[in-house]
Design a protein around this ligand. Structure first.
Ligand SMILES: Cc1cc2nc3c(=O)[nH]c(=O)nc-3n(C[C@H](O)[C@H](O)[C@H](O)COP(=O)(O)OP(=O)(O)OC[C@H]3O[C@@H](n4cnc5c(N)ncnc54)[C@H](O)[C@@H]3O)c2cc1C
Length: 123
């Protein structure tokens, strides 16, 4: 793809906390920025997709489920499935918001693919 051969003033590998903060900042300074993320399920990075947010959402639900000693195993299974579904919906919402926030920033191009160095100045 031609866009993947474009020159950028700054190329950021990874759409995590670091990348999503740095890309709009550098673009606001007038730089042409390319942000590369290897997985479409990881826009926003570890924190929102598999780290901070989903683990806390599940821990919160688990706490409430464990408070009620009267749940049968089947009820617990069903609550677990519901908690996973709600966690997935939350993560999906945040991922989309994160992607749009960066992708709609003038001066930033998001590319989905695994970045690797071909030479010191070429990725
Ligand atoms: C279970 C868990 C719970 C956590 N809880 C908290 C918390 O409560 N509070 C807190 O502050 N921090 C928490 N963290 C830490 C937090 O997630 C990290 O500090 C943060 O994600 C680091 O951001 P980053 O941008 O450096 O990396 P990441 O968010 O990991 O982003 C890196 C991105 O780069 C992409 N990538 C990697 N290699 C390539 C490549 N070659 N080409 C293209 N893309 C690539 C990855 O897919 C990923 O999306 C938690 C982490 C975990 C695992």
């Amino acid at each position: 793809m031609d866009t993947q051969r474009d020159k950028a003033d700054a190329l950021i590998i990874g759409f995590g906390k670091g990348g999503k903060t740095l890309a709009p900042f550098l673009a606001s300074q007038g730089l042409k920025v390319t942000l590369v993320e290897k997985s479409p399920t990881m826009y926003g990075g570890t924190c929102i997709n598999v780290g901070c947010i989903p683990t806390k959402a599940l821990a919160h639900e688990a706490h409430f489920i464990s408070l009620n000693e009267e749940h049968t195993l089947d009820e617990k299974k069903s609550k677990y499935a519901k908690a996973i579904k709600e966690k997935d919906a939350l993560v999906s919402l945040l991922r989309t918001k994160n992607f749009n926030n960066v992708n709609e920033q003038p001066g930033v191009t998001v590319i989905t693919g695994t970045a690797s160095f071909l030479s010191p100045n070429e990725v």
